[in-house]
Design a protein. Structure first.
Ligand SMILES: [Zn+2]
Length: 396
């Protein structure tokens, strides 16, 4: 029996920075290599040492493309990692977009600090070259001791639960655990048996909101701002949540052709990600496969305006309410949503809806926890608008 040891170098006792080292005799396998996110103290931990030598890592398996799981991969490559990064086919395409966008956000965040970006574009390109697609449910042998299969996680496109077989022992790494009946991705898979399970527990102290309730919150929000002739600003995560929202809105608008409130999709990155989603429709659940028979483009509907170019983005401001603005980043720690919040938050007539988990330290977290103001390019902006969060059952 080989000697097996597991050490967590992130996302242990905290939410972000997922990075787990499984050693099987002399073989070093890393599960995820994520970014620390949140307040400055946490964020700048990314510049500290890994706790192991990158050049000694033999292989990586990546669960999914959220930054807190993949954000330090280019740093790993920069510091000498020479192996392969195994992950699902959709993830191999999404990683590049997510890490490129992160490079831009990082440059902004470190402007007034002593730090240099964690990685360069070349490091990123070298990282992408190391990605090796492995299909769901196919057994992949890394060496004579270790093999693995990737399973549905119900989280985002391409997300996987890793089931490892290490010398006859079953070790499961869940990555992030999704919910059932998601608008797009397939349901999470369950397992009968394992010797060890390393499990995400961000939502361990509460039940997931039912997806139907979550969609209802969204629909009620758009109906309400229509009645009140106001503006709804929604935060969106560029990967999955944005496409989920587009699908829910698509279904609503196509059923209610008299509903004419414009939706401005103001996130260049989410737009690029949506194009990837359109290429991987075979990874969607059965319901979506049925929908695709009648609606070839499930992410496009009447009155949707994609404003990727910033000159169109500015047109949003001149449009009369009611209107709906979808913008990233999901936690408002960068991206165009900050400009929209600065414009619409001071007016008590408007609504802001935050979708998904908000890490402490981010502007999104401050908003949903009742902050009275925030600083926008050195200017104090008062927050008088109505605030909703999608996660709790606080119906609008
Ligand atoms: Zn995730």
């Amino acid at each position: 029996m080989p000697k097996i040891t597991l050490t967590s170098y992130g996302a242990a006792g905290e939410v972000t920075g997922s990075c787990h080292l499984l050693q099987v005799d002399g073989f070093r396998l890393l599960i995820d290599c994520g970014l620390y996110q949140g307040n400055d103290d946490n964020y700048f931990k990314n510049w500290t040492e890994f706790g192991f030598l990158a050049k000694n890592i033999d292989a990586v398996i990546l669960t999914h493309t959220h930054l807190d799981h993949c954000g330090r991969l280019p740093k790993l490559v920069k510091e000498g990692f020479g192996g392969k990064i195994y992950t699902t086919p959709p993830t191999t395409k999404l990683v590049d977009i997510v890490l490129s966008d992160n490079l831009k956000i990082m440059a902004e965040k470190i402007t007034h600090s002593k730090y240099q970006p964690l990685y360069t574009l070349t490091d990123l390109q070298n990282t992408v070259k190391k990605l090796l697609p492995v299909e769901y449910d196919q057994n992949f042998k890394i060496n004579e001791n270790i093999s693995f299969t990737l399973h549905q996680a119900g989280h985002i496109l391409g997300a996987a639960i890793i089931k490892l077989n290490v010398a006859g022992k079953t070790i499961i790494f869940t990555g992030d655990i999704g919910a059932e009946n998601m608008p797009l991705v397939k349901n999470i898979e369950y397992f009968d048996q394992a010797d060890y399970v390393v499990m995400e527990s961000t939502y361990g102290d509460r039940r997931h909101q039912h997806v139907k309730d979550r969609n209802a919150v969204l629909i009620q929000a758009i109906q309400r701002i229509t009645r009140e002739n106001s503006t709804l600003v929604m935060s969106e995560f560029a990967v999955e949540r944005a496409q989920d929202i587009l699908k829910v809105l698509n279904d609503y608008y196509e059923k209610h052709l008299d509903f004419r409130v414009p939706v401005y999709f103001d996130s260049p990155m989410a737009d690029v990600v949506t194009k990837i989603y359109k290429k991987y429709t075979s990874y969607f659940n059965d319901q979506v496969q049925d929908d695709l028979k009648y609606d070839r483009d499930i992410f496009s509907f009447p009155h949707l305006q994609i404003t990727s170019e910033s000159r169109f983005s500015k047109n949003i401001n001149t449009a009369m309410p009611p209107k709906i603005i979808l913008a990233g980043s999901g936690m408002a720690d960068g991206g165009r949503i900050i400009h929209h919040l600065a414009r619409y938050a001071p007016n008590q007539k408007n609504y802001v809806l935050f979708m998904g988990f908000q890490v402490p330290g981010t502007l999104g977290h401050k908003f949903i926890n009742g902050a009275f103001h925030f600083v926008y390019y050195g200017k104090k902006i008062q927050i008088h608008c109505n605030r909703w969060r999608e996660e709790h059952r606080r119906d609008p």
